[in-house]
Design a protein around this ligand. Structure first.
Ligand code: 1PR
Length: 556
């Protein structure tokens, strides 16, 4: 029966479900899309990946006449797997989108994470799940982490206790998996959770096969003979359990002088060889390198199209093709940056920033990273007296795709001053005085890959883009880029203190110790490196092992 290997997918068109499709295909299944209500009536196995905002999801589903048939499908008890918003929509309603009714299948409401606890919101990254009972869906997980991205969550209560299959800690306990009979839903993204996540989807699609495969795996593993114990339900999220500090591999991509798209890597942003014809340094092919980092255990992979500011992304077929192919092989989050802004192509056609981002999301990106345009946006925001007006790429993309999909990449350069009053920017007293003994510094933001400085500091930029709706900050540092002497801890410390969204420390990693150092001494949620990984000087596994030894929560 061919339908045994077919799954119905409810993609209501509000965002990227390409990675869910790729995961299903990787597991040997074909996909039938829901195009009309009758497709839900005839479905035998349904996956519902929720994307976008709660209100938007309910609105589109109602417009398409799908709310009733979806409820009927779930209530009939046929196999169902909801993902992320696909879990939240099963509850009675959500605070999101100014308050909104859900499908009302599970008692309880979805509320925002408490931002006053000092934890970054959104909850982004790899966290543990604590199962409440055994299940085919989660029995293969053990103490391995899964990938979450969300700002809202449902909480366990006596009324929904018979639904809750696992909980997770993040400033308190929230519901990470629900299940009753054949109906399940997960708050995390199994399609982005590496081999662990693929195993969870396999457990849904082919329960018998998954159980048999896990049995074979256990028999083949001499010790330990049983799966690792799940974390204690109340383990603190700051201990070795809980949200992991992420290790991200970054691929700076551009065309070389022969016109081939290559992974390159600069020193302080100069990507050309120091000698000879000053060719663009070539460190490998983008898709192969991304796949290598996935296999080596990178928690995320980022592509930065470093000449994106001068290309028209909508005409950049090679970069889009890189993403499409990478997303078939990389089952952890993919970020893409370079040239994300409103633009006009060579034929004079204009695209909004959200349309440009959409092209990347459709091609397999989970997040877009905005560089130069974010500096313009932040300067305009302050010029307006600190009032958002909805006009910027950050606001437009996060309104449609959620703030977790919008990263702002900052390219700052250190500027020394003799005293804080010398500049209108936030300064810090530095432990590395300047060339003339200056004891203070600030970090000037640049655009176009460091080519042009602007009169705004990294701390002010971070605050502005958070207010505009960015979900994460990728904090580079031109002075330290490619130098291998460690991250600029003062910069990372200052920016991570200034915002509540997660900060990714970048530039300067040269050893595993540099990673533990940045996590011990700053509030960074993730650390990113390029050169050391490309040149195989340090392995991702080696970094992870070191972090575990240092008692830093890490996904292995
Ligand atoms: O301005 O929106 O078009 O985005 C352009 C993007 O390209 C920005 O994110 C910007 O950071 C990046 N970029 C532009 N020029 C360069 C360059 O190197 N000439 N690369 C560049 C930025 C910094 C990191 C690097 C880390 C770690 N490279 O991406 O990977 O510094 O390196 P390391 O571990 O080797 O020290 P827009």
């Amino acid at each position: 029966n061919s339908s045994n290997r077919e799954v119905t997918l409810l993609d209501y068109g509000a965002g990227n479900v390409r990675s869910v499709r790729n995961a299903i295909k990787k597991l040997g299944y074909t996909i039938r899309d829901v195009e009309k209500p009758a497709d839900l009536v005839s479905a035998e196995k349904l996956i519902f990946p929720g994307v976008g905002s709660y209100g938007q999801a309910i609105r589109i589903l109602s417009q398409k006449g799908l709310v009733g048939p979806l409820k009927d499908y779930i209530e009939s008890g046929r196999p169902f797997l909801g993902i992320c918003l696909g879990l939240q929509l099963l509850f009675e309603g959500s605070e999101e989108s100014g308050g909104c009714e859900g499908l009302g299948i599970i008692p309880g409401a979805v509320t925002q994470f408490d931002t006053t606890l000092g934890l970054p919101v959104p909850h982004i990254g790899w966290n543990n799940i604590s199962p409440t009972r055994g299940s085919v869906l989660l029995d293969g997980v053990g103490d391995r982490r899964v990938y979450f991205v969300h700002s809202y969550r449902a909480t366990p209560s006596p009324a929904n206790a018979d639904w809750v299959l696992s909980t997770t800690q993040y400033g308190g306990e929230f519901v990470s998996t629900v299940n009753r009979g054949s109906v399940s839903a997960v708050q995390f993204h199994p399609e982005k959770s590496g081999p662990t996540g693929l195993d969870i989807i396999a457990g849904f699609l082919q329960p018998e096969e998954a159980v048999a495969a896990r049995g074979r795996e256990r028999a083949a593993t001499p010790s330990p003979s049983s799966p690792a114990p799940a974390p204690a339900p109340n383990s603190p999220s700051s201990g070795p359990y809980g949200l992991a500090k992420r290790v991200i591999a970054c691929l700076d991509v551009r065309s070389n002088d022969q016109g081939d798209l290559v992974v390159t890597k600069g020193d302080q942003y100069d990507v050309r060889e120091k000698e000879g014809g000053r060719d663009v340094r070539n460190l490998g092919k983008p898709v192969d390198l991304a796949a290598r980092y996935f296999e080596e255990g990178a928690d995320e992979v980022a592509f930065l199209n470093i000449t994106g500011f001068r290309d028209c992304v909508m005409e950049d077929a090679p970069m889009l093709e890189v993403l499409r192919r990478a997303s078939e092989r990389v089952f952890v989050p993919l970020t893409v940056g370079g040239g994300i802004k409103a633009l006009t192509d060579s034929s004079g056609r204009s695209f909004s920033a959200a349309e440009v981002a959409a092209e990347y999301f459709r091609s397999g990106a989970d997040k877009v990273s905005i560089g130069s345009d974010a500096v313009d946006a932040a300067q305009a925001y302050y010029a307006r007296g600190g009032v958002p007006d909805g006009s910027t790429a950050i606001e437009q993309i996060s309104a449609v795709y959620g703030k977790q999909a919008v990263v702002v990449s900052i390219d700052p350069r250190r500027v020394y001053v003799t005293e804080p009053a010398a500049v209108p920017h936030a300064t810090v007293r530095t432990s590395k005085p300047g060339p003339n003994g200056e004891e203070f510094c600030w970090w000037q933001c640049t655009v176009k890959g460091g080519r042009e400085g602007r009169d705004i500091g990294a701390v002010e930029l971070a605050r502005a883009v958070e207010a505009l709706g960015a979900g994460e900050i990728l904090l580079n540092c031109i002075d330290n880029d490619g130098v291998g002497k460690g991250f600029d801890l003062e910069l990372v410390g200052a920016v991570s203190k200034a915002v509540t969204i997660p900060v990714i420390a970048s530039s300067g990693a040269g050893s595993p110790q540099h990673f533990s150092e940045v996590f011990h001494s700053t509030g960074a949620a993730a650390a990113l490196a390029a050169g050391v990984f490309h040149r195989r000087e340090v392995g991702i596994e080696q970094v992870k092992k070191h972090l575990v030894e240092q008692n830093i929560p890490t996904r292995l």
